[in-house]
Design a protein around this ligand. Structure first.
Ligand code: ATP
Ligand code: MG
Length: 471
């Protein structure tokens, strides 16, 4: 009794009570589990180690989803795991894990962790003054491993020895309640690892769950702790946030919880200022990204970053134009300066690897080139490696209400056209990329017909100009 009371008084030490859900009371079937993960558990069991499937794999199996990866937890140390599998590699310093390759699959195998309070020396666990864990390698038992995980729904263990689910933290109940609940005291757990705030939002959006009020409450006040996370880890998290098929919902939650201000501060400030066009552009980009993922089309981080940073880049460009209005600097030069400045500021928050930064800048540069279509400029833009993404970006800008004088439509027709039709299209625009004035061809009609048509058009208020006049 006293012990229970004591446990309840220490928020980070959630009372641990094992609940075992036998095979006949859950819907996880072995055939939905990767054969590599099953093989790893078998090898561990044969060597007298524990081996459990844990994390997103178990959660998604229970939700009838298709897990994207499977993680295994064991009481074997990284070195012992390495001794059991030929294709094993120990990785990570902050958090040591083993990647075991079997066939084409790589399974993460993790040694049970314990609370850092149980550390015997600083090599295993390190914490900053903000309470952030910079090293988390204190090994423990199945029970201690469960309570150091982030959310209850992520702390369910499944084993092929008996096919039961082991639940120490009420994860199965929270799956039924569709709730994201932090294990332990939420504020302390966010301080240990601020990325957990992003994870709460990501799982809520992806699974369509609510975040339990106690788990949600500290987020706005602690969002600033994201500044302590390395830019490289933040970049990885951004990819997971926007490329998991629920970018729209994720983006809205990031804003609601004040997290966006620490991921994309310049973008957040523009949205907070009520810029409707930026709002539309980003929202439409998120909707399109989700659609593409649903239909198994490729999405690139370069496009997502190009969209998120476009409004701040445009704002910077407007300032530069004003500052240099008497210097006749070409627009492309100004835009590249604006791009440089916005990217530099963003790099203080999330890294952007060069392989995405370069195509992102190209998408932006092409926004200035695509309106230039005379001579062989159209063809050279069309043959640019980034044409397709840049064209999609034009469509996105138009979808968000920007008037580009029918540019998207012109390029749509250009792509569909044969050589002759392409020449005609190119001839329809002038050097400045403007539509040339159209000469209306009038066919004379018999006088009687002319009279009757004219009057009916006026009666009905009809527009009699040809819809294909541009061609
Ligand atoms: P996904 O579907 O995105 O892979 P996941 O839950 O499997 O979701 P992973 O990042 O693969 O997420 O992590 C595997 C498991 O490790 C999680 O389910 C959770 O139990 C634990 N975990 C991961 N990151 C953290 C963290 N920052 N703090 C505590 N536990 C974590
Ligand atoms: Mg996972």
């Amino acid at each position: 009794m006293l012990k229970r009371l004591f446990n309840n008084l220490i928020p980070n030490r959630t009372a641990v009570k094992r609940q075992v859900i036998p095979r006949e009371q859950h819907n996880i079937s072995r055939k939905n589990i990767s054969s590599a993960a099953i093989r790893i558990m078998k090898v561990l069991h044969e060597a007298n180690f524990a081996g459990y499937l844990v994390g997103g794999g178990v959660r998604d199996l229970l939700l009838n989803g298709h897990p994207k990866d499977f993680d295994v937890a064991t009481d074997a140390t990284p070195e012992q795991i390495k001794g059991l599998f030929r294709g094993a590699r120990i990785i990570g310093r902050r958090f040591r894990i083993v990647h075991v390759r079997i066939g084409r699959e790589v399974i993460e195998v993790t040694t049970f962790r314990a609370s850092h309070e149980d550390a015997s020396h600083a090599k295993q666990a390190q914490q900053t003054d903000h309470g952030m864990l910079t090293r988390d390698n204190v090994y423990g038992s199945l029970e201690t491993d469960a309570v150091r995980r982030d959310f209850t729904i992520n702390a369910l263990y499944y084993t092929t020895e008996g096919f039961a689910i082991h639940d120490f933290v009420g994860g199965t109940r929270d799956i039924k309640r569709r709730l994201i609940c932090m294990i332990g005291d939420p504020a302390t757990r966010y301080q240990e690892d601020p990325v957990r705030m992003l994870r709460a939002v990501r799982f809520a959006a992806k699974l369509g769950f609510n975040i339990e009020p106690k788990t949600a409450k500290p987020i706005p006040d602690l969002a600033h702790l994201l500044r302590n996370i390395s830019e490289a880890r933040m970049f990885e998290e951004v990819l997971k946030l926007f490329m998991a098929g629920a970018a729209t919902a994720t983006f809205n939650l990031l804003r609601d919880y004040g997290l966006l201000a620490h991921l994309f501060p310049a973008t957040d400030a523009i949205l907070a200022g009520g810029d409707q066009q930026a709002e539309e552009l980003i929202n439409q980009a998120m909707v399109n990204t989700d659609k593409r993922i649903r239909s198994k089309q490729r999405v690139t981080p370069a496009f997502i970053y190009a969209t998120l940073l476009w409004p701040p880049m445009q704002a910077e460009l407007a300032v530069l134009r004003q500052q240099k209005r008497n210097q006749k600097v070409p627009e492309i030069v100004l835009q590249q300066q604006a791009a440089q400045s916005v990217i530099r500021q963003q790099l203080a928050h999330t890294s952007i690897p060069k392989r995405f930064q370069i195509p992102m800048r190209e998408i932006w540069d092409l926004q200035l080139r695509l309106p230039q279509r005379s001579g062989n400029r159209a063809l050279s833009s069309f043959e640019h490696a980034r044409f397709r993404a840049a064209y999609d970006f034009v469509l996105l800008r138009e979808q968000s209400g920007e008037n580009l004088g029918g540019l998207g439509d012109w390029w749509t027709r250009y792509q569909d056209a044969n050589e002759v039709a392409r020449e005609k299209l190119v001839a329809s625009v002038d050097e400045q990329g403007q539509d040339k004035p159209k000469r209306k061809r009038r066919r004379r009609k018999p006088a009687a017909q002319r009279n009757s048509e004219d009057s009916s058009a006026i009666d009905a208020g009809k527009d009699t100009s040809s819809p294909n006049a541009e061609l």
